[in-house]
Each structure stands twice: as C-alpha cells, then as structure tokens.
Design a protein around this ligand. Structure first.
Ligand code: NAP
Length: 853
C-alpha cells in the first residue's frame, strides 16, 4: 500500500519524472510518482503519429546521468524515430527498476497548499488524497493538445485523429480520403507518411513553415568522435552552450557577406541535416530582421527548387515570420509530397474553413468529403499542463489566476505564493528553446540539491521573493526584446491558443547563461528565495541578473580576451589601443553626407567631422564632443553614434576634435568646446545649418565638455543654445559618488581608469572649478533644456543623476533617462547591442525636440 504522506509528489513519468524518481531514491526521499499514461516516455508515449522523430540528433538527445547507458544503448539513426525513443525510455526504466516507483493511469485532479501544515494536498483521479512537502510538475511543455478552435469539429462522423494523442495500434489510411489540418512539426512529419497510403490527401495550411530535410542516417560522425575522445568535456560544453548542443557560436554577420557567400555557408549547414546548424550559421539571424531575411530567402529558394508547381511552392514559402521565430521543422520528403497528383494544398488565408461538416470540410467556396481528419494543430504549450492541474497556493490563489496575464516564475522553476512547488522546464526557463534532455537534467539536479540542502539545514519551505520573481520576468523580457522572436505568432508567444496572453514563454537567454544564473542563485545563499524552518528563516533577497543580456555577453567576451587595463598604458599606447578597438565596430547608418574640416579652437585650429542628414537643409545643429576621458578619441572616434544621431534626429552633427590631455590639460578641452560652439554659430549658414537652432551634445568626458560649454555660453556671452544632450557625462571630479565604488570594476569604464583620466586632465585643485566639474557651478539656472542619460552600471551614474537633479532644482527643463542594465559604453555601441537602440531613439527624439518651437 502506497504511503499517503510523502516527501515528494512528482507528476509525469517522461524523461524528467523518470530521472527525478531515480534521484529521489538515491537521496532517500519518500515519493509518489503519478503518470496519466500506462507507460513511461511522456511526449514519446503520446506522440505516435507516423513519422514522429526527434529533431535533435541522438548524440545529444539522451540522458547523461547514467554513463553505462552510452555503452548499453546504441541508437540506430541520427534523428531517432518515436518508437526507438520510447524503447530507450522503457530500457532505462527497466534497468533502474523505475516501473516499480511509478503509478500509471493516475491523473492529478488538483492540489492545494496547506499553510498550517506546510504541505501540499494532492487529489488524484483514483480518489486518493496524498500529502507531501514538495510538489514537482514534470508534466512536459508540449503535452496538452490545443482545444479545437475550428467551427463544427464535433459534427464530423468519420475518423478523427489528433497527432498528440495518436492511437497506439496505429492507423491505416490505405484508400482513404484524408484531410490534415496544421503544418507545424507534427503535420510536416506526418504528411509524407499519410500521403503514401491515402487515396487523396488535402493539407489545410494556415501558415507555411520553414523545414529542412533531416537527411537521416548514422549519427553525426564528428560529434561521435568527440564524444568518444572526451565525453566529459563534450557534455560540459553542451551544458554551457546556447542550446544544449555543443556547437561553436557563429561570429559572422549575415550582413557582412554577399548573398552568394551567405548561401554557400547555409548550404554547408543544410547538408548536415541538423536543425541547429542552419540557425547557427550567422550570429545575427535571431536578432536582426535583415540578417534573418538572408536565411529565410535561402529556405524559400530550397522550396522552389523542390516543388514543381510555382504557385504551390510560393504558398509553401514562409514570408510572414522570420526563420527560427517559429520552431523550424525537420522533414523527410515533405515538400516533395506536394508534387504527388493525389496531394493538394489548401491555403486557409484565401480559402478559410467555414465549418467541419458531418462528412467533410466546407472551405472557401468548396465542400469536400473525407473519411478521416487529422488535427496537427499543436499544443497549449508550456503552461497548459501546469495550469490545468488546478494548483491552489497560499491564500487560496490559483496558479491559473496568477498567470492570467502570463506566467510569473523565478528561474522558470518556482513561483511566488506557491511554496515548495517546482516546475521542470517551466516557462521562464530555456526548455523548448533547448535540447530538452540537457535542460531536464539541470532542473532535476537543481531540485534534488535544493531538497537535500533544505533537509540538511532544517528548512521546511522554499519560496521565491516578489522582488526576485519580478526581476526574472524583467530579465526574460529583456532577453526576448533583443530578438525578433516577438514578431511571430508562434506558440512560443502563446499566440496559437485564442485568449492566451502574448508573452515570450521560454527563456531565450541561452542554456549556459541560464545554468550560470541558477548556480549563482545557489552560491549566493539562495538569492531571491525565502527558506523557512520551524526555528529559523533565511532570506537573501535580490536580483540575479540586471545587466542587459547583450551587454552581459559583450562583457563576458571581453573578459575572455584578457586585455591589459588601459590605465596601465601610456596615453600614446591607450590611444592606439582605443583606435584599434574602434576599427572593429560596425560603421553605423548611412547619412546624407560626411565631410571633414577645420575650425578655430581656443588656441589654434581643430579638426571637425560634419554629419549631414539626407534630407534637404538647412538643418538644426548639434556641436558634439566625443568620449575618451579627455585623453584619447577624436572628431571621428564616435562615428557610429554621430551617424545614428544625425540620421535619427535629422540634425547636422559637428563632432569636434578638442585638445587632449596630458599634452593639453584643463582647461584646454573646455575652452576648445566653447570656441568651437562660437565658430559653428558664426559659420552656421555656410555649414548648411541654422544659426539660432544650435545644441551641444557629448558622451562621457565629451558630455563634460558639452555641459561646461553650455555653462560658459550662458556666463560669458555665447550663442543661445536650444538644448544640451548629455550621455553619461562626467560632472564631478570629487569621484565620491557611490556608483564609483559600486560599478568600479567589470563594466569597461572602471574606477581606476576614471582616476587615470582625471589625473591626466586636472589637478585636484582644478577639479573644484565648475569648468572641470559642472555640478559644482554656483547656479545651474538659465541652462538650456536638457536630455541627460545615465546608465545603471556606470561608475559615473550618480554624478550624472546628481546633475540631472540639480538642473531640475534650478528650474531647467530636464528629461532624464536612467538606462536600466546599461554600462558606460553600451548605448554608443550602434548595431552591436540592440538593447541600446531604444535609448538612442529617445536621445534623437529629444535632440530634435530642442528645435521645435
Ligand atoms: P504547432 O507547431 O503549433 O503547429 C500547429 C499547426 O496547426 C500550425 O501550422 C498552425 O497554424 C495550425 N493550426 C492551429 N490551429 C489552427 C486552426 N484553428 N486552423 C488552422 N490551422 C491551425 O504544433 P506541432 O506541429 O504539434 O508542433 C509543436 C511543437 O512540438 C513543435 O514546434 C516542436 O517544438 C515540437 N515537436 C517536435 C517534433 C520533433 O522533434 N521533430 C515533432 C513534433 C513536434 P499557425 O502556424 O497559423 O498557428
């Protein structure tokens, strides 16, 4: 007789539930594992439609926790078919005696958290109530087929099949008239098989999908060799990779090569017949629409080369979503199937289904009779199985109501208000955007270790904090925001189920980065969790990821380069180093014209670069001062940012090469700034600008020069300024602000580099002069309207914030943007960091706004 009170209840005996069961036994927890089906295998138990195959190669789609399996189980193919994967699951279950620990044909009807006992009450379909300390949903991401949302489905009297609930005995379509609705992975895999038997097959397509041939055969030899040579390293690399398969990340932009070169690279990936290799060919196909178009066009070209009827080929070619933004498919003869005379494609966009009838389908202006209808219409993905299990947490709140507007989780593993509830591969974790085996094993390991930690340390409950959960939501959104995934009506976005909230359900920041976040949470004393026992409580509240994900990647990349600190160099070396780094940047957008010239500075001529908009002039002018700590940089060194500002704000940008320290220390830069402004004002008409529409702008030390120039202009009779645009400006030489310490390391501009800059530019005494530290000016009243941008992880953040506050207090009109998750340099990194783009748009809008009367 099974225990009715246990440590852990697990729902589901797919690969996640099976491994967890093994680990619970190993670590001595009492458990009940409940499974609705009558065998193990989860998704591979239910999805038995003809042609069902895994789209991850067998070198990677398998357990790693039992090393013996690598010798004891040999896969016959590169992409295993469903029967073989199910046999694998059964083999593992037998080998480890898992069958004895699973209760089959048992569903969970509901679960409630009991705050008094600190336990879950679980109600099963057998009428039993089980109580447990920990409740684990190992229910899979694609396990609940989508409810039918087509008119008249209930009327049809012929045979109805759903790919995700295929009859175990199989289906013989020989001589039958068959309709298939849906062209996702399930439809695309099953259609060629159904076409082989059916007398007549009509495929109803709402959205064409990207698909590539699996070229099935033996497992990929290169990876087999790597595995044989060093399995531990291979598996480690998989765990810390982007997708759970150890592929080398591309460093090539699709926009940096000709279409011919791009297609040659894609052809190579295509020939491998592996889902991830195509999407991995270019570094930017997931984040840049134009880069993605290159891959999409390659795929469409492939369709055209196979499908004989050009009209059908066009209908089968996706245009409305980017490659990879809906799960791409792997097929065997899918597009070839449409060359068969008895197969017809119906485009539901021009011929929508009016109704399913008793005998067939009414669509467009036609009615057709069928013997069988196959629904390959997908799943209520990621949340369907969890929400439908009727989970009620603290204060009677159901998970369904909490997630009404989108799933809220911490790490995709836990949720506030639901203590001791765990989700394996839940929303907010990489799950379906990864090799599921890698993600499943990671979650099971994390849950096992957490349970052991709690037992050993006398904690009864674990629950994330609202701060941590909200922080994770924001981080997940930040990750999704830099991609083009949100453009597609995919099930990743919940768009396939009417009424489902439209958010990115899986975590798109990558398997390795996600794993590191989970590890960091544990290493920092369960950061963002409250753990409680009868006699103690622990809560180390906080956020595990705050830096913008693309910025974080750049920081990680830079840290692998082991570059020397700039402050250890001489100014000459630092200048050369800075120039060499700048040469590797994307150049920024096209502008109407770029010309170089000289203007009169405070002590001789200075070079300038002029960026003219493509629109007819004259234009308003921004006199721009570059960054570089007064020591390096030039009129061309912020080229991408100046182009971007020019193009987006329709303003003439004049970037000035003011004199640099230590050769020309304070107040040279300030005096040059003011002189340049006066010269530009006097020569505005010849430059193609408007003399009474001038602003100053600058970044970093250039922001300092701009701010000082604005003050000098106010104080000593300079031209009227329409505005000042200050990006991460230096405003205070005291360097006493908290952000200098808080953000003093890791974020490119370090505390010690900033000290090095100041030491070259101004003596401690000089720094007290408002022309070095504009924050120290006696009054800020009368300064022009200001757009000031500060970045969360910039050492200069607080002095920028202080300047914004002081300006406001002085009655200046200020727009202050605090760029969350950004560092000192990130907003200037045009076409490199998508997360900076919205802030540049704001800056350009504000700059333009200065000139609107
Ligand atoms: P899916 O990708 O959601 O595809 C469902 C298809 O049905 C889509 O073409 C969809 O059109 C269409 N559809 C849905 N509702 C419809 C309606 N009311 N009228 C007309 N058409 C409708 O589902 P799936 O093919 O079952 O695949 C789901 C996921 O399971 C895959 O993306 C993959 O992750 C996984 N899977 C993997 C494999 C594998 O490993 N090889 C195999 C099968 C499934 P719209 O696109 O317009 O919504």
């Amino acid at each position: 007789m099974a225990q009715s009170d246990v440590d852990v209840v697990v729902v589901g005996a797919g690969f996640a539930g099976m491994y967890l069961l093994h680990e619970l036994r190993k670590t001595g927890f009492s458990y009940r594992v409940l499974e609705a089906g009558d065998d193990v295998g989860g998704t591979w138990y239910w999805n038995r439609y003809p042609g069902a195959r895994c789209d991850i190669a067998t070198t990677d789609y398998k357990y790693t926790w039992d090393p013996e399996l690598h010798e004891q189980w040999q896969w016959s193919e590169k992409h295993a078919a469903q029967p073989e994967i199910l046999r694998y699951a059964q083999f593992v279950a037998k080998k480890h005696d898992l069958y004895s620990g699973i209760e089959f044909k048992t569903r969970v009807d509901g679960a409630q958290w009991n705050e008094a006992t600190k336990r879950w009450n679980i109600h099963t379909s057998t009428g039993e109530t089980i109580t447990c300390q920990h409740y684990v949903m190992a229910t899979g991401c694609l396990s609940v087929p989508k409810e039918p949302d087509i008119n008249g489905t209930e009327k049809f009297t012929g045979n109805v099949y759903v790919t995700g609930r295929w009859p175990h005995e199989g289906v013989d379509f020989t001589g039958k008239r068959v309709a298939v609705i849906g062209t996702g992975s399930s439809g695309i895999q099953s259609i060629p098989h159904i076409a082989e038997q059916a007398k007549e097959l009509v495929v109803f397509q709402r959205t064409p999908n990207f698909s590539m041939p699996a070229f099935n055969g033996p497992p990929p030899q290169d990876r087999v060799e790597r595995l044989k040579a060093d399995r531990a390293t291979y598996e480690h690399e998989a765990r810390y990779s982007g997708t759970g398969v150890p592929l080398e990340d591309s460093t090539v932009s699709a926009l940096s090569v000709t279409q011919e070169e791009a297609f040659a690279m894609l052809e190579k990936a295509w020939q491998k017949g592996e889902l991830l290799s195509l999407g991995n060919t270019f570094m930017d196909s997931a984040i840049n629409r134009k880069a993605n178009d290159v891959v999409a066009e390659f795929m469409r070209m492939k369709v055209r080369s196979v499908v004989k009827d050009p009209e059908v080929a066009e209908l089968l070619s996706p245009y409305k979503h980017g490659y990879g933004t809906k799960r791409p498919c792997m097929d065997t003869g899918y597009f070839e199937t449409f060359n068969k005379p008895h197969v017809r494609l119906v485009d539901l966009n021009t011929s929508p289904i009016r109704s399913i009838t008793e005998t067939g389908i009414d669509f467009g202006k036609e009615s057709m009779e069928f013997d069988a209808i196959v629904y390959a219409t997908g799943f209520d993905a990621m949340t369907g199985a969890i929400v439908s299990a009727n989970i009620t947490g603290k204060n009677g709140v159901t998970l369904k109501s909490k997630w009404e507007h989108g799933p809220l989780t911490y790490l995709g593993l836990t949720s506030v208000g639901f203590p001791n509830l765990y989700m394996i591969t839940g929303p907010g974790s990489p799950s379906v955007l990864s090799n599921m085996m890698v993600s499943i094993e990671q979650h099971v390991d994390w849950i096992r270790d957490t349970l052991v930690h709690m037992r050993e340390n006398g904690f009864d409950t674990i629950e994330p904090t609202p701060l941590a959960e909200e922080g994770w939501r924001v981080h997940c959104t930040d990750c999704a925001d830099i991609t083009i995934f949100q453009e597609a009506n995919s099930w990743y976005m919940g768009a396939n189920v009417p009424g489902k909230p439209r958010v990115m359900f899986p975590y798109i920041g990558g398997v390795g980065r996600y794993r590191m976040a989970c590890e960091e949470v544990v290493n920092k004393g369960f950061l963002g969790f409250e753990l409680a026992g009868s006699t103690k409580k622990q809560c180390n509240d906080g956020l595990v990821r705050q830096v913008q994900p693309d910025v974080d990647m750049v920081l990680d990349f830079i840290s692998t380069l082991n570059l020397p600190a700039m402050e250890t160099m001489s100014p000459t070396e630092a200048r050369a180093f800075s120039e060499a780094s700048s040469a590797m940047r994307p150049s920024g957008p096209e502008v109407g014209e770029i010309t170089d010239g000289v203007l009169q500075g405070a002590d001789g001529e200075l070079q300038y670069r002029l960026y003219r908009p493509a629109t007819p002039g004259p234009h308003p002018i921004a006199v721009y001062f570059h960054g570089g700590g007064w020591v390096f940089g030039s009129h061309t060194s912020d080229d991408p940012l100046c182009r971007d500002l020019c193009a987006q704000s329709n303003t003439l940008i004049i970037s000035v090469n003011y004199r640099h320290a230590p050769e020309a220390p304070f107040p040279a830069a300030a005096e040059d700034g003011f002189a340049a402004l006066k010269w530009v004002h006097a020569n505005a008409a010849e430059l193609g600008g408007i003399a009474d529409q001038i602003a100053v702008a600058g970044w970093s030390a250039g922001g300092n020069v701009a701010a000082v120039t604005a003050q000098m202009s106010r104080d000593i009779g300079g031209p009227h300024l329409s505005g000042q645009l200050l990006l991460c400006p230096v405003t205070d030489g005291s360097q006493q602000h908290a952000s200098h310490k808080e953000n003093g390391e890791r974020f490119i501009l370090t505390k010690s580099l900033m000290e090095w800059f100041w030491n070259h530019y101004a003596t401690p005494e000089q720094r007290k002069n408002p022309q070095a530290s504009p924050l120290l000016a006696a009054s800020l009243a009368g300064l022009p309207p200001t757009m000031l941008v500060t970045c969360q992880f910039d050492p200069l953040r607080d002095e920028g914030n202080a300047y914004a506050r002081a300006l406001m207090q002085a009655g200046v009109k200020v727009e202050h943007v605090e760029a969350r998750g950004h560092i000192h340099t990130s907003i200037t990194m045009v076409d490199m960091l998508p997360s900076g783009a919205p802030h540049r748009r704001e800056m350009a809008r504000a700059l333009r706004g200065f000139f609107l009367k």
